[in-house]
Design a protein around this ligand. Structure first.
Ligand code: MRU
Length: 364
């Protein structure tokens, strides 16, 4: 997507041909800053500290992290250690494990001397595939939006509610949940997006609003608890979110608060769609509530809010008494029964074992 007229991906190989550039998402929307990754540790830190985030981008960054690590030591043991280091950075998004396994599959059979170039080739392929996948998700999602828009009599705005950031910043390009929104906007459907702020890190306020604004998509930021009210008053035509891990039975795990939106959507008969690329499916598990590891992050993120202060400096303020404890559960699981449909690169299906099996060969 474009930033001030210049096309960007969220991660790319630098002009030197080996280091990796990313957009520091902790600085957005106040500052557009590109950071260079030169080592495995820098890549692992970028994922853990969320300079990059979003399931597909985490996977792509891990793939390039392996490339950077192999430049120092391309032995079997080093490769295995770096993969463990990267996998430990964030536990919920399954794309991380998927990307690491894809890299290992290509690299382990090769002699050490061939590994670095093969790793760069595979990482680039993972990135290019992600872009193609997300564009295809956008095309299928666009048809869903058209149907909802027709059912509404094509009057007024098509009001869409989204949670967190599942846009191009969360992937290599296009995004998952935001891809159909961009395509619908470009196709002339008058979309308007309700953006949940998405506490504690406010990916909605910081990233989704920034992305949509840069593309000219009309949007309104709302507090996380507003969605139910909006739905009760007929102000939401459909909800769409991304997912960090989708079980073989169609349960979806996404940013904390997604489940509550799905509950409100069900009560108000608002369609609740989830957009996902194939690598987000975890074919090894069925029951998301029981089996998906939920990342618990530092409670600092709950206690403090970051923003631009009156001096136009990015700073943070504490919002609770100094000695009050807080907890930071980063994701929740929305059971398949609450999901209207899964929008994938291969088409739209029911959130169920049968639905997914109609599009994919399990574990492929
Ligand atoms: O903690 P984050 O910012 O990595 O969480 C991101 C999300 O929850 C996204 O919705 C999800 O990764 C899908 S992104 C295409």
């Amino acid at each position: 997507m474009k930033v001030d007229g210049k096309p960007y991906r969220s991660i790319w190989l630098a002009a030197d041909g080996w280091s990796v550039d990313i957009i520091d998402q902790t600085r957005l929307p106040h500052e557009f800053s590109v950071v260079k990754l030169e080592t495995l540790d820098q890549a692992a830190h970028a994922i853990k500290a969320m300079l990059v985030r979003g399931a597909p981008l985490i996977g792509a960054t891990a793939a390039y992290g392996v490339c950077l690590g192999l430049r120092t030591d391309a032995s079997d043991s080093a490769l295995r250690n770096m993969c463990e280091t990267l996998i430990a950075t964030r536990p919920t998004a399954v794309n991380l494990r998927w990307a690491i396994r894809a890299m290992q599959e290509v690299l382990l059979p090769l002699p050490e001397g061939d590994r670095v170039s093969a790793a760069y080739e595979k990482a680039a392929q993972i990135c290019d595939e992600d872009v193609a996948i997300n564009s295809a998700i956008g095309n299928h999602g666009l048809e869903v939006f058209r149907q909802v828009w027709r059912a509404k009599g094509q009057e007024g705005k098509l009001n869409i509610l989204t949670h967190c950031n599942a846009g191009w910043l969360a992937t290599v390009d296009w995004g998952t949940a935001l891809s159909p929104i961009y395509k619908a906007h470009d196709a002339g459907i008058p979309v308007h997006v309700w953006v949940d702020e998405t506490r504690p890190r406010n990916q909605g306020a910081h990233l989704t609003c920034w992305e949509l604004g840069k593309h000219g998509v009309p949007h309104t930021l709302v507090v996380d608890n507003a969605g139910g009210h909006l739905m009760q008053h007929g102000l939401v035509d459909l909800c769409i979110t991304g997912t960090d891990r989708t079980t073989a039975a169609g349960d979806v795990c996404n940013k904390i608060g997604t489940y509550l939106k799905a509950l409100a959507a069900k009560d108000n008969k608002v369609p609740f769609y989830v957009a996902l690329p194939g690598p987000t499916i975890d074919w090894e598990i069925d029951d998301g509530v029981k089996d998906i590891p939920i990342e618990i992050r530092d409670s600092h993120e709950v206690k403090y809010i970051q923003g631009l202060d009156r001096n136009r400096e990015v700073s943070e303020v504490r919002i609770l008494p100094e000695d009050s404890p807080s907890a930071n559960y980063a994701f929740d699981v929305t059971p398949a029964r609450m999901v209207t449909g899964l929008i994938t690169e291969r088409g739209v299906c029911a959130a169920s074992k049968e639905g997914l099996a109609g599009l994919y060969t399990p574990a492929s």
